[in-house]
Write a protein that binds this ligand. Structure first.
Ligand code: PEP
Length: 249
């Protein structure tokens, strides 16, 4: 179902005490909103985050998972482990996983498949590099990322997919795609899905924008018709900034 979503990706930041402190502040300041609000702390703090947020509308989600059910994969975690602690949504395909941990479309297709098989929701991240945009290849790069990881899925799987378009050149750089650039790409994403599936699926999937969203630019980006919210990195680590971004939706 297409819903508004604001999600915070905390990456490798905050120890347990800091996680609990930030979540307690966030929960106290959470405004009334039609949006789903999500936070993705690091693995070791997921259970603590869930305990801290007991009774709050803020959802705890994971930053990553492995595609295998269990086994000899040192340092990894499985979908079942997440489900066991009541996590039902996982971010997959973040540009930092692709760039630093060798996650390619093939691996991501497997991860997406496992998560959906387990009935989890997937927040699938994708987006072009700066050279792709400079050379005018950004649409074809995004189309290929979607096709390679998602377009073998049956139509029925799309109810559990959330898309997060994150141009790599805008992540953690302070450089934001203009609201027009975001809208243009989000409309292209829906058109690509409509061609591969149908317009009903294209219109029901939530498409978030990510890349240096902050209180000063959130409202304009979120006002675009094909932008359903944001995946927020740096600004989600400061309660007042994240709250201001939630209010902007
Ligand atoms: C991200 O890492 O998903 C992200 C969007 O980061 P930032 O908001 O810091 O650019």
């Amino acid at each position: 179902m297409r819903s508004k979503i604001v999600a915070g990706n905390w990456k490798m930041n905050k120890n347990l005490a800091e996680t609990e402190a930030l979540l307690t502040e966030l929960a106290a300041k959470l405004p009334d909103t039609e949006a789903e609000v999500m936070v993705a702390p690091t693995y070791v703090n997921l259970s603590g985050a869930i305990r801290t947020l007991e009774g709050s509308a803020i959802q705890v989600i994971a930053q990553n998972m492995h595609f295998a059910d269990s086994g000899a994969y040192t340092g990894e975690i499985s979908a079942d482990m997440l489900i066991h602690i009541r996590i039902d949504t996982v971010i997959l395909g973040h540009s930092e996983r692709r760039a630093y941990f060798g996650e390619d479309d093939e691996i991501l297709a497997k991860k997406v498949g496992t998560a959906l098989e387990k009935n989890m929701r997937v927040m699938f991240c994708f987006g072009e590099e700066l050279e792709d945009r400079k050379s005018g290849n950004h649409f074809s790069v995004v189309e290929a990322q979607l096709k390679n990881a998602l377009f073998d899925l049956p139509s029925s799987a799309w109810g559990n997919i959330i898309l997060a378009y994150e141009p790599v050149w805008a992540i953690g750089t302070g450089e934001t795609a203009s609201p027009e650039q975001a809208q243009e790409m989000h409309a292209f994403i829906r058109k690509t899905i409509a061609e591969a599936y149908d317009t009903a699926i294209a219109n029901q999937v939530s498409v978030l924008y990510g890349g240096s969203v902050k209180p000063s630019n959130a409202e304009e980006i979120f006002s675009k018709p094909d932008v359903d919210g944001g995946l927020i990195g740096g600004a989600s680590l400061v309660a007042d900034d994240f709250v201001a971004i939630i209010k902007a939706i």
